[in-house]
Design a protein around this ligand. Structure first.
Ligand code: A3D
Length: 311
């Protein structure tokens, strides 16, 4: 059986962890693509991870390149190309620069890996997935954004810390755009089957929801010169794995809504089934009036950012 191939477009902070985790999990061979100015470091990262294989006992071939043709035949493409946030910047401040980069990348992927399942991570996330989809012209099942898995992982992590319980037993979801308007859903969050709302006060739940909404900024401020990279990489790897192994996991992803939740023509975070068919299904949740109001605010925010993508 031929090995799978994964292309990491952008081999910076997140891209290098993506490459490492894809190799450690033996998801396939990995190509790290970046701009010519950093081709040397990309080759170095690939070689360094290759030399970790004996100790970690994995078998993946890695390479670094600045030639787009080297991504040919990729089954999965994960895009982190673009600028990250610095303290004081919002995700939206990155829009102009990153839309140009995403357009170039989408054309390259279209030319060299037209069948790849594409996971976008570059910010501002929802608008960048929209731009990638628009330029590539790929079917909506083939393009999605990683944000909800991370936002939900943060929500789960903070709940686990608060209750002193295993994060593995916390199930829940976060809907909406990847920004301060995202919508954690306490009503649908459980801890080993026990409703969160029965074991934690409304005040503490709201404090955790607030920290979740601001979790990216908390890390930008701590790092001082970039944004989160371990957790975004791990989140995208879950999505890639679900696709490559046809696991059909139900994960919140930025997917193109065409009528779901009353949203039309926007990429935004909704629960999706990810399997061999890509984004195979979007699940709709019957929301309460309060939840609907929160969703409508996040839809407005995503609509505004997406409208600034002039393509
Ligand atoms: P960074 O370490 O700067 O890596 C970005 C890489 O992209 C660099 O190596 C650049 O050289 C490369 N690059 C620039 N232009 C191109 C191009 N045309 N083709 C290929 N590569 C190029 O950033 P990072 O890895 O920390 O973050 C990458 C992106 O992810 C940023 O836009 C972040 O804002 C975003 N991000 C998203 C999340 C989400 O949850 C959605 C979380 C954290 C970061």
């Amino acid at each position: 059986m031929a090995r799978n191939k994964l292309a990491m477009i952008g081999g910076g902070q997140i891209g290098q962890i993506l490459a490492l985790q894809a190799a450690q999990k033996e998801l396939g061979d990995v190509v790290i693509y970046d701009i010519p100015q950093v081709e040397g470091p990309m080759k170095g990262k690939a070689l360094d991870i290759t030399q970790m294989a004996a100790a970690e006992e994995f078998d993946s071939r890695l390479s670094g390149t600045s030639s787009f043709e080297d991504i040919a035949g990729s089954d999965v493409v994960i895009v982190t190309a673009g600028l990250p946030r610095k303290p004081g910047m919002s995700r939206d401040d990155l829009l102009k620069t990153n839309v140009d980069i995403i357009s170039k990348v989408a054309n390259g992927v279209k030319q060299h890996a037209p069948n790849a399942f594409c996971i976008i991570i570059t910010n501002p996330l929802d608008a960048m997935v929209y731009a990638f989809h628009k330029v590539s012209g790929f079917p909506k099942t083939q393009v999605c954004g990683m944000a909800g898995v991370l936002d939900t992982a943060r929500w789960r992590a903070f709940i686990g810390m608060e209750l002193d319980v295993s994060v593995e037993d916390i199930a829940g979801t976060v809907l909406g755009g990847h920004g301060p308007t995202m919508v954690p859903l306490p009503r649908l969050t459980t801890v080993g089957g026990v409703p969160l709302t029965e074991i934690l006060s409304a005040d503490r739940i709201e404090a955790i929801a607030k920290r979740t909404r601001e979790a990216g900024t908390e890390l930008v401020n701590l790092y001082g010169n970039g944004s989160a990279f371990f957790s975004p990489a791990g989140s995208a790897i879950q999505m890639a794995e679900s696709y490559l192994k046809d696991k059909k996991r139900v994960l919140p992803c930025a997917a193109l809504c065409e009528g779901e939740y009353g949203i039309d023509g926007l990429f935004i975070g909704v629960p999706c089934r990810i399997g061999a068919g890509g984004v195979e299904k979007i699940y709709e949740i019957a929301l309460t009036d309060d939840e609907k109001a929160l969703l409508s605010a996040t839809v407005e925010a995503v609509k505004k950012t997406t409208s600034e993508v002039k393509l």
